[in-house]
Write a protein that binds this ligand. Structure first.
Ligand SMILES: NC(=O)c1ccc[n+]([C@@H]2O[C@H](COP(=O)([O-])OP(=O)(O)OC[C@H]3O[C@@H](n4cnc5c(N)ncnc54)[C@H](O)[C@@H]3O)[C@@H](O)[C@H]2O)c1
Ligand SMILES: [Zn+2]
Length: 672
């Protein structure tokens, strides 16, 4: 390579890697695999080594990937939060061991740990209380996300036992269990929101939310694996000892951590977890190997980016080849069309894989998929396997390209794609069967109107028989009892139950109704936010895009989806019908907010996170009804309104003073 070419390549790699870092750390939506990212990074490092004159101190090889955003307070780390050097090969691990041996001689131990696939967090404890949680950021400073971390059940707000230092920092990994990921991601998808590719991205996206109540709704977990404090080396000789100590203070330390005396034992640990990792309920992407003794760690020291006394051995995501049998296209309730690859069944990471996601048309083009192609399928961090490439040598001659349909596979309408979006939609909202059925199924679902006595199958049957064509038809079903009774498998009792369930749904509060309408991107939380901000459906219908986007955490994408929904006459008609049958289209507290003195002379403190209101909303409610807010717990306090994850010191103090501790629901009842 000529020097100018080298420089060009370095520039290209640097630009690409910076872009990928941004997508990975800040957006939590990476577009390439970790393996490919690491390959590019390694290429850049070797070019910089060969041509040190081109080494930029700002190069991605010299920096810890940054997740700093403007939404949080930036906090400087007392001890830098570095990355780990990593390898995918046993060979390089042996080289690491030799480098260590050269400095330390033969007398040292390794601690082997699982490499949890989440995001690093640094926690500060003062006198046994969690006072601060900061993300890694660029390694020297990060985002302060304490309120969000307080919602994590396995992170103690107050330490148990004694014996912990007055001030220390502890680091670990925040992650999400696979089951929670799958459940929440399914919800996102159903709401028309962009799903996260894997639990890591979901956890990373969650910790950066502005709304702690929403964070609390998404169960995160946290393993701790580094202790920092002044005089640490006097208190503990080794990393292993410190792990045992922090465990006794109440921290969650992974039980699979192992002390190894030889490199052979390390390799055994790696080999064991290579297969066993599929049995864990969370994702790991490798093993971390750390020199145990603190004195020996000091001898080895650091590079600009990582410690010399530790290394990560990363597992390459498992992949297998199989044959693409066909591609089918599913139409969701919002009209989004998703391609799914049907595969010749194959064993992968301990499960049989028959289908893989293809995301959208771009993905099919990128892969240049042909019928009967031999494809490699990967199941890395992701639960749903994906196709990563086509084996061109095995392509069957004369097979044709997979063509993304131009028309809806369900109703034949010409598909549309909005500028800047990758997904195709069927615009035939009123005539496309899977959309109609999907919308009604969404409306009756547990999280929306929770209509008892009615399930997804019933909706399908009633639709096929022409009894329901839109949500509002549910409320006139009672006029068609005779036709219902003629249906197979519909006994009198079950018809009664269903009609009763439908009737009862009229009591469901406005946020549920709004969510039930199934507006694209308006999930449960967004619906609650919109309902609480605008109070009535009419106010929301008349709100401008800017007014909607001004609500906390509601972006333009959601706002324009809402205004678009209400711009359609058919939706307004539907709402009018639903109003006429007395569904709830306003926030009930509203009247009380303005008029009552029910809380006159009563004092309150609000603490923790709440299911249905933000703390600000509860404060407004109290004040508007004549109550007073206090700033600290004392004899003057009448009520402590306690939510999830309330600080334990407040609780103890309130109990000591015999102050009534009430819930959000109790407070609302006081206003009734
Ligand atoms: N796909 C992409 O676009 C993209 C972009 C940027 C980074 N990445 C991936 O992220 C990696 C770089 O991320 P990184 O700097 O966080 O490095 P890393 O993930 O390779 O290793 C360091 C991190 O491991 C974590 N860790 C997990 N378990 C641990 C344990 N037991 N002990 C200590 N640390 C533990 C810590 O958070 C630590 O910061 C790259 O190697 C790449 O694979 C991917
Ligand atoms: Zn259609």
């Amino acid at each position: 390579m000529q020097k100018s070419d080298v420089l060009q390549r370095i520039t290209t790699l640097t630009r690409e890697l910076n872009e990928h870092n941004y997508k990975y750390y800040v957006l939590a939506q990476p577009s390439i695999s970790d393996f490919d990212f690491d390959k590019k990074l390694a290429e850049l490092a070797s070019l910089e080594e060969a041509y040190p004159e081109f080494l930029d101190p700002d190069s991605p090889t010299q920096k810890v990937g940054g997740d700093i955003t403007k939404q949080f307070k930036t906090v400087r780390h007392k001890w830098p939060m570095l990355s780990l050097s990593n390898t995918y090969s046993e060979e390089e691990l042996r080289e690491f061991d030799e480098r260590v041996r050269k400095v330390l001689g033969d007398h040292f131990e390794y601690v082997c740990e699982l490499k949890f696939d989440g995001l690093s967090i640094s926690l500060t404890y003062e006198n046994g209380l969690l006072t601060r949680a900061v993300t890694r950021g660029d390694g020297s400073q990060g985002d302060e996300v304490t309120a969000n971390v307080r919602t994590i059940k396995s992170v103690p707000n107050r330490l148990k036992n004694d014996g912990y230092p007055a001030l220390f920092e502890i680091r670990g990994e925040v992650f999400m269990h696979q089951a929670a990921f799958e459940r929440l991601n399914r919800e996102r998808q159903e709401n028309g929101e962009i799903p996260y590719a894997n639990p890591r991205n979901f956890a990373a996206g969650t910790i950066k939310l502005q709304d702690s109540a929403e964070v609390a709704r998404r169960p995160l977990d946290c393993f701790l694996y580094f202790l920092y404090m002044d005089g640490r080396d006097r208190a503990f000789k080794t990393h292993w000892d410190s792990l045992n100590a922090v465990k006794s203070w109440g921290f969650h330390v992974c039980e699979h951590t192992k002390l190894c005396h030889t490199l052979a034992e390390v390799f055994q640990f790696i080999a064991y977890w290579e297969n066993e990792r599929y049995r864990l309920t969370y994702d790991i992407d490798g093993i971390v190997i750390k020199v145990n003794s603190y004195a020996q760690q000091d001898e080895l020291g650091f590079t600009a980016k990582s410690p010399r006394w530790a290394i990560a051995y990363k597992y390459k995501a498992e992949e297998v080849e199989t044959i693409l049998k066909s591609v089918s296209y599913q139409v969701g309730r919002t009209g989004a069309v998703t391609p799914v690859a049907n595969l010749e069944p194959v064993q992968l990471s301990g499960t049989t894989v028959k289908r893989a996601t293809l995301h959208n048309a771009n993905e099919i083009t990128r892969l240049d998929l042909h019928e009967l192609d031999t494809v490699s399928v990967e199941k890395g961090g992701e639960i749903i396997p994906k196709i990563i490439g086509v084996n061109m040598e095995k392509r069957v001659p004369e097979t044709s390209k997979i063509q993304y349909p131009t028309h809806c596979p369900a109703c034949g309408t010409l598909l549309i794609r909005k500028a800047g979006e990758a997904v195709h939609y069927c615009p035939n909202e009123l005539g496309c069967p899977p959309q109609i059925v999907g919308k009604i199924q969404h409306f009756i679902s547990r999280k929306a109107m929770d209509i008892e006595g009615m399930g997804n199958e019933t909706v399908e049957v009633l639709y096929k028989k022409g009894l329901i064509k839109q949500i509002s038809d549910l409320y006139s079903l009672k006029e068609h009892k005779d036709r219902l009774e003629q249906l197979e498998r519909f006994g009198e009792k079950s018809i009664q139950n269903m009609l009763h369930g439908i009737e009862k749904s009229k009591e469901k509060p406005f946020p549920k109704v709004l969510f039930g309408l199934g507006i694209r991107y308006v999930g449960e939380t967004i619906a609650r936010k919109l309902a609480n901000s605008f109070k009535t459906i009419d106010a929301l219908i008349h709100a401008t895009c800017e007014e909607i986007a001004a609500v906390e955490e509601i972006g333009e994408r959601i706002a324009s989806s809402v205004t678009e929904y209400f711009s359609k006459e058919i939706h307004l008609q539907q709402i009018a019908v639903l109003k006429s049958v007395a569904l709830q289209f306003s926030i009930v507290e509203e009247d009380r907010v303005l008029s009552s003195d029910k809380l006159a002379n009563k004092t309150f403190i609000i603490s923790g996170v709440f299911e249905n209101h933000s703390r600000e909303e509860l404060t407004q409610l109290i004040v508007a009804n004549g109550g007073k807010m206090l700033s600290s717990i004392s004899n003057k306090l009448n009520y402590l309104v306690a939510g999830d994850k309330m600080g334990p010191s407040k609780l103890t103090k309130a109990q000591k003073l015999n102050i009534p501790i009430i819930s959000e629901a109790d407070l609302i009842k006081m206003l009734a």
